[in-house]
Write a protein that binds this ligand. Structure first.
Ligand code: S3P
Length: 170
């Protein structure tokens, strides 16, 4: 069976929804950021700090290529995975791409208290979120299914995904 690949901006609920989804389907949950941290033995924040974003994107692309070869898994990706078209091409070979969306305000509310997202450690995070959303919009749109998460619980979102991917997993 094909994988379900969750894409979307930071704070759209990929990890939470991925957990519920994988439990519901009895699939394994793979979180690309967690794998990067484990294999590099460094936090994402430290990788950005020590090596910079381009190096992080290379590591990410390498991991994504490997994860794309798996089967029967839910893959929760980092918010910037969509920036390289080759990542999505790889993931699509054996997966259905599901993009989770939310407004900049809702995203800020969800991630406000976290300090583990280097791209949002700025004075005006709302402005940064809006800028990034605008520049990434076309890439997030390159998904098989797009789900607006606002006003929905992670459980409801997972159920909606299952309904929409039904028939596409073979
Ligand atoms: C990033 C999103 C993060 C993480 C890194 C970069 C991005 O993942 O990969 O901080 O560029 O949007 P989450 O979407 O899981 O927060």
């Amino acid at each position: 069976m094909k994988n379900i690949v969750l894409t979307g901006f930071m704070g759209t609920g990929k990890t939470k929804v991925g957990k519920i989804l994988s439990d519901m389907l009895s699939y394994r949950l793979i979180d690309s950021d967690s794998i990067i941290e484990k294999e590099q033995k460094m936090s994402i924040t430290d990788i950005f700090k020590e090596y910079g974003e381009p190096a992080f994107r290379d590591i990410e692309a390498h991991i994504i290529k490997r994860l794309s070869e798996m089967e029967n898994v839910v893959i929760s990706t980092g918010g910037g995975v969509v920036l390289r078209e080759s990542n999505i091409e790889n993931l699509r070979k054996n997966g259905v791409i599901v993009c989770l969306t939310a407004s900049a305000e809702a995203i800020l509310k969800r991630i406000e208290k976290n300090t583990d997202r280097p791209l949002l450690q700025v004075e005006d995070p709302l402005n940064r979120i809006n800028e990034l959303l605008k520049s990434r919009e076309q890439f997030y749109r390159n998904a098989d299914i797009i789900i607006n998460t606002e006003g929905k619980s992670p459980q409801e979102i997972a159920e909606e995904i299952i309904e929409k991917v039904r028939g596409r997993l073979k």
